[in-house]
Design a protein around this ligand. Sequence first.
Ligand code: PLP
Length: 360
Amino acid sequence: MSRVYNFSAGPAVLPEEVLQEAAAEMMDYRGTGMSVMEMSHRSKAFDDIIKEAEQDLRDLLHIPDNYKVLFLQGGASQQFAAIPMNLMKNGVADYIITGQWAKKAYQEAQKYGKAVAVASSEDETFSYIPDCSDLPIDEDADYVYICENNTIYGTKFKTLPNTKGKILVSDVSSCFLAEPHDVEKYGILYGGVQKNIGPAGVVISIIREDLITDDVNPATPTMLKFKTQADKDSLYNTPPCYAIYICGKVFKWLKKMGGLEVMAAKNEEKAKILYDFLDQSKMFRGTVRKEDRSVMNVPFVTGDKDLDAKFVAEAAKAGLVNLKGHRSVGGMRASIYNAMPKEGVEKLVSFMKEFEEANA
Ligand SMILES: *Cc1c(COP(=O)(O)O)cnc(C)c1O
């Protein structure tokens, strides 16, 4: 067996311990004589799996009782529609555009009401987070929407926007469980799990209960209505059972690691190794404003496309894979999620040093 250091933005690296446990349980999950893949979602064994997963997530995030946890399908992208359909009562929502995912959410919301871009960093290729301390929030806005960590551009909101009392909805796909989140500050916090939690196929949405109502856009598909899912504890129809099972294992792993404060410190430490190198390198440089840097996704460039391509190819040969930047930014991007060990980042940096010397 030979494992690589996988810097993919998503689907992404998972903890080896989790993969090994899942492998050990593949043929016979705890005496049931079957894999979780083969199991009814109405079985006692799966009921225990999903309930335990929810409880562990609640423990990790200290989720208050007045918030529901939903395990959904359709990816984060489907929530771009579900959120306005469920929340637009006045038909107005304010969007802060800090990257492609926020922009897609904004464009989708326009189908269901008046979506207003109250701030944007598109003027500088989304390389910073705009000042959100005093935005022209609409008096009628049903919510204010952000993408908290911009997976493609590598920026992160270090302070949440001043929503002037409006509900905050946040896409946390690529920073979910990277640090503690103060759940009470949000109306909804949601994300696809395939970035920092588990395998593709699940979206976790943490929703304040008063936002789960029958008063939704009448065109809302049954499946996209939060209340449908909440009333049935995410078992309205067949959920992505196996992916939820793996997420549950990741929650246990996070608890064992010491919880989200510990993960935050580890993530800061890992990111610092890479950023410190970038800041002194003569060949490589980071692409975003320093104070807005993400600790999860680190884009960097040499300024020379051919050299970038050479770097990505040679890194892959050295077992450091998926370092090619997003097609809209170019260059490189190292995604260093929770499950990326510190040794992976150290190996990347020493490879960058060697490459810089060899190609100076
Ligand atoms: C990947 C990503 C998405 C899209 O996720 P899908 O599950 O593929 O729809 C949305 N938002 C952010 C921040 C992402 O990183």
